[in-house]
Design a protein. Sequence first.
Length: 214
Amino acid sequence: MLDRLSQLLNRELNELRTYFMELGNELYRLKEKYAHHQGGRTLVLDTNDLLHYSRYDKIPWAAVYGKNAVVVIPHVVVDEIDKKSYATSDSIRKRARGVFGLLEQTLTDQRDGHAMAGGVRVEVLLDEPQHVRLPNNDDEIVARACELQQAIGPVQVTVLTGDNGMRARALAWGLNADKLPAKYRIEQVSTRDRAEYLQSITALEEQPPALTPG
């Protein structure tokens, strides 16, 4: 009887030892993965930020949010942009395909983030293979921002969105929330800058998206 109890106890102790070793390894992996988030603010974008504002590689992030900021685009936003690239609206379709071209360039530099001016980096927050998305994409974006907050704390994560409901949800879940400055909305920029934006997006749009709508 005592031998059996001893065997059970040893097995449970071994299982706990394995669990905590794996947990420690995972924490170390996350620390290494997000080490570049420790130098400045972390900003999470939504789909409308990419479609209705200036190209994300042209916004002066360092001037607005400080040097060494990290701009994060959740995986679900990439998929939403891909779907928009097949929209019936010609303007939305062109913008989406242009943005998708930018995202493809960002993904080629995904290891440490795509470098921009002022030490700012932009990266796509890819889903892990076992990740299960929430049914609502807005909830999914905020949930991914929360997971990121847990990984990089005490650095604060800010969700940038013009959606009032999403900002309220982010605040309720303990995140910072804000809107991109209105002057970077496409319709607010000067006629010359808007023409340059549309020209650059059209050039990117000439290459069709590599993914199919999910």
